[in-house]
Design a protein around this ligand. Structure first.
Ligand code: CO
Length: 429
């Protein structure tokens, strides 16, 4: 339960992928991890702890093993920092009658209806001009703590069919968020951003801002056995991996242990910092060149490695039982779910599945297996993309949850502890 409490705090501190990386860095630095800049030469020492960030929202951290990667390989836990939602347009202000609305783009595949009637706010990063000649602008994190935007529902009297047909939003016309009742003097959104960052409005050059829910995470259920928050997919996996890595650093290991968190999973991973970009391969090659004097070292290391692609899984929902495969019904608080798909939407194969089952059995951690209904399309993860790009054997695992891609998801408090223990054992495997 203590870890689940820490998870809720981690998410509350991380309303966006940029904040998630900042929160991760704070925890890593508190445990002796040192920053590496991709622009500089890396001098690495066995047994030391490092991290490197790409463009503020993807991060790789590792403990360099006591033996060369070519001999012992890497153990990598991958996850993603982003969650589906609404992102502010560059010129967001839209006046309609007496109201100023903020226009949004849809990021990934959120359950849009869940964004209605919530105490929403905005957070993200803003690029601000500086006086520094070498670096003419800098990126600043921004978070409005109070709720500043809202998507009010339409009353049932004006939408009589809603309970039968579902709540639908046209993304262009019906999603703009209520922001203000502007006065003749102005009160623009950009002016508000400038005021919060204490900069001139003219110095704001660009932004990436996301809606987030101001309601903190909570426990629920009679034994407080369940948790609810935004972004459980996939900050729960990031947090579990982070705690697993931090837990293992005190024990010197031969193997190089690594966590790799990527942005842009929810939109397909194709970017410089997404899992389909070069980030992980670049880091692995630099590690090889630091520790190997042999050109083949990198390829040997890859062949000796395993990756655990961690992303949340669909728990069986008792109210919608028919949507699940009857013999594969992941239950909340019953342990990590091994995800299997013959079309390779998940990377798990008999070899990597056996590896994880053996770990769970040795550590006395319960586990479950999932396949989709054969007549439903299967989701995917960063697993297949990373495995294809790196050539590293992989499996897909995640904790069971309800309401994936809702702004208010739910999962099990006990499962988080199981996952941390399983990941910790995987890093030592
Ligand atoms: Co996910």
């Amino acid at each position: 339960m203590k870890q689940a409490q820490q998870l809720l705090k981690f998410i509350d501190d991380s309303p966006t992928p940029w904040h998630a990386v900042a929160t991760t860095v704070a925890m890593l630095e508190a445990h002796g991890f040192r920053a590496l800049c991709e622009k500089q030469v890396w001098q690495l020492t066995s047994g030391e702890r490092y991290y490197t960030i790409r463009d503020q929202s993807s991060i790789i951290a590792f403990v360099a093993g006591n033996r060369a990667p070519s001999e012992s390989g890497y153990r990598i836990i991958g996850a993603h920092t982003d969650s589906p939602g609404l992102r502010l347009k560059p010129n967001p202000e839209q006046r309609r009658g007496s109201y100023l609305r903020l226009g949004v783009e849809v990021y990934g595949s959120p359950l849009l209806a869940t964004f209605a009637d919530r105490d929403l706010s905005l957070a993200g990063r803003v690029s601000v001009r500086t006086d520094n000649g070498e670096q003419p602008f800098e990126s600043r994190l921004l978070r409005f703590d109070e709720s500043i935007v809202r998507l009010p529902n339409l009353a049932i009297h004006l939408n009589r069919g809603v309970n039968k047909e579902g709540l639908k939003f046209n993304a262009q016309e019906e999603l703009p968020l209520i922001f203000s009742q502007p006065t003749p003097k102005g009160g623009s959104f950009k002016a508000l951003v400038a005021e919060r960052l204490q900069v001139d409005e003219a110095d704001i050059l660009a932004w990436e801002l996301a809606t987030y829910d101001t309601q903190p995470g909570t426990f629920f259920g009679v034994d407080q056995a369940f948790i609810s928050n935004s972004q459980l997919d996939n900050l729960a996996s990031c947090h579990a991996a982070l705690l697993a890595l931090i837990e293992t650093v005190e024990r010197p290991a031969d193997i190089t242990q690594m966590i790799a968190f990527f942005d842009h999973e929810e939109v397909g991973s194709c970017s410089t910092k997404g899992a389909d970009g070069s980030f992980l391969n670049d880091v692995l090659k630099r590690l090889s060149s630091a520790f190997e004097d042999n050109q083949q070292g990198h390829h040997q290391a890859v062949a000796n490695s395993y990756m655990l692609s961690a992303d949340m899984a669909h728990a069986w929902h008792p109210n919608f039982s028919s949507q699940h495969e009857p013999e594969h019904q992941p239950i909340i608080n019953s342990g990590p779910v091994i995800k299997i798909n013959t079309s390779q939407r998940y990377t798990t194969d008999a070899h990597t599945e056996a590896l994880f089952v053996a770990i769970c059995e040795d550590e006395k951690i319960p586990f479950q297996k999932f396949v989709n209904r054969s007549d439903l399309a299967c989701g995917s993860t960063i697993g297949p993309i990373s495995a294809a790009r790196t050539g590293i054997r992989s499996l897909d695992v995640g904790n069971p949850m309800w309401a994936m891609h809702s702004i208010r998801e739910s999962a099990g408090a006990v499962d988080h502890d199981y996952m941390i223990r399983a990941m910790s054992a995987f890093l030592r495997y």
